[in-house]
Structure formats: C-alpha cells, structure tokens
Design a protein around this ligand. Structure first.
Ligand SMILES: [Zn+2]
Length: 296
C-alpha cells in the first residue's frame, strides 16, 4: 500500500490488483461508472450468510476514507491467511460470519479533483472554477464533478433536505441535484444496493469520531446497541441525529428497515492529513471488525 501522498483511482486500482493477486479469496469488480467514466469498484471478502456493505469516499475531501477501508480489507485478508486477528477479533470468525462488500471510492472524480485540482484540460474545468467561486483551490470540495453532493442525492425526504440546505445549483457542497438520483455514482450505489439484499450498511466519512445510527424511526430496535458496541470498540460516540435527510444510510434505513450507519472517522479539519492515517486506522479497524462480529 502507498505510504504517503495522495490516493486517487490510480492508487486504488493498483491496490485492488495487488489484493486480489495475493489473496484468492478477495474478489473485485465494479458497480458502475462515475460522471467522467471511472469505474466505481467493489471488493468482496468473507463467506458468511450475513451480507455487510461498507462504502467510502462519498465526499471528495474525505478521500482518506478510501485508503482507510482498503487498509482494513488488507489487514483482514492478511489475518485470514495467517490465522491472525483484525481489530482484535480472529479473522476467520469474521470470515465465516459475514460476507463483506466494500465500495472503497464512491466518488472517484471528486477524490481526484480534491487532491489534484482541475487542470485546464479537465472536461469541466470552466464550470468547476465558476462553481468554486472562481478559486482553483479544490481541497474543500465535497461534491462530484457536476457540483452535486452525493450524500444529498437519495430519495429519503429529499425535498426537505433541499429546503434546509438552500443551495440552488452546483456547488462544492450541499447541492442535492435537481432531483434524487440524477448522478451516476448515486444511481449505481442505489441500484446495486437494491439487488444485494444487504443485512446492514455503513458509510465512512470524516470527521468527528461519531456514529449516526437512526433515521426518522425506521431503524430496527437493536440498531442503537450495535452503534454503542462499535463506538465502544473505537472510543467513538454513538449519536442520535435529527434534521438531516437524503443520505445513503437514511435511504437504506427507510427502504429496508435494516441497520444503516454513518461513521465519521478521525478528528480535525477536513481534509484530514495523510499523517493521521495510522492512528485513525488502528481505531477504525476495531470498529469495522466489531461491525462484522455483530450479527447473531
Ligand atoms: Zn462526509
């Protein structure tokens, strides 16, 4: 795994190639493509009956969640092959208990923009600069390259989120689009999720060391306990949240009535720096391993 610097689709592709070559029980594929045609990859590990889904890098400037979730899969796979533990739990226990499907970079165009900027030959160079208030500094950019915030794109009280946000058009953050699921990244995730029968899902964001677990009463009765146990494993806080709609976990909870979580990893100001990776990873791996161990 890359040890410093940036993490875009190029680094991710290389990590997936290495992971699947080294560990025959790790599979990879794609759930669709981004606005600019980049693959939205998935990884699969584990053969248990309970189907877990983790995703990362929905928000462009939270790109560090991609190397974080890849590190988890890498340590999980390594521990499976050596009979070791991941996040303090024997890897084989988790492998037999759950099948884990990971989408490590939901917003590959945004991740590239937030880390590399928009060169003059970027197909959206002119619009991006305009939507970014004339600035060529994209380090705070959260949306996809059409200026749509992917975590405001899901059909769960989408109109209410739009009135709350008051962002009328493409922007670095908080514009939910002209309608739900207009963006290929959000569409791909929703369609794929509908066909996958996941028992639970978890979206990785930064920052705050918090776990959100409820949505307008759609959460199952055990969701709070699950959040508490994940929080305890990592030293995070489980938080009851109101006044937020249209996110992926909101839509999942509302549609399926199964547990859906948003995890805000790390602490500081986004984008969290690469130097924080080790420290965040150590605690997050405990949280993610605990998640896989939760189903009865
Ligand atoms: Zn976020």
């Amino acid at each position: 795994m890359k040890v410093n610097g940036c993490y875009t689709i190029a680094e991710l592709s290389e990590d997936l190639r290495r992971l699947t070559a080294r560990y025959p029980f790790v599979a990879a594929g794609s759930i669709g493509r981004s606005v600019l045609g980049k693959p939205i990859y998935y990884l699969r590990i584990g053969e248990g009956a309970f189907r877990w889904h983790f995703n990362a890098c929905c928000h462009a400037n939270e790109w560090i969640t991609s190397p974080l979730v890849i590190r988890f899969v890498n340590q999980f796979a390594h521990a499976c092959s050596t009979g070791g533990a991941v996040g303090g739990i024997p890897a084989w226990t988790l492998f037999r208990k759950a099948s884990l499907w990971v989408v490590p970079m939901l917003n590959p165009d945004g991740a590239e923009l937030a880390q590399c900027g928009a060169s003059p030959c970027h197909p959206y160079a002119r619009e991006l600069c305009e939507w970014n208030g004339g600035s060529d500094d994209f380090t705070q950019w959260k949306a996809n390259v059409r200026g749509v915030d992917l975590n405001d794109q899901f059909p769960a009280h989408w109109e209410e989120e739009r009135s709350r946000r008051q962002v009328p058009g493409p922007a670095p953050r908080d514009f939910g689009g002209d309608a739900p699921l207009t963006e290929p990244e959000a569409q791909a995730l929703a369609n794929w999720t509908r066909g996958m029968d996941f028992g639970a899902v978890l979206s990785l964001h930064t920052q705050g060391e918090e776990i959100y677990w409820n949505y307008r009463g759609h959460e199952p009765p055990y969701a709070e306990d699950w959040a508490d146990r994940m929080a305890e494993a990592a030293g995070y806080r489980a938080v009851y949240l109101e006044g937020s709609d249209a996110g992926y976990k909101d839509w999942f909870l509302q549609t399926f009535g199964r547990p859906g979580f948003t995890v805000e990893a790390g602490r500081g100001r986004n984008p969290l720096p690469w130097e924080d990776l080790e420290e965040i990873s150590a605690r997050l791996n405990r949280l993610l391993a605990q998640a896989l161990d939760l189903p009865p």
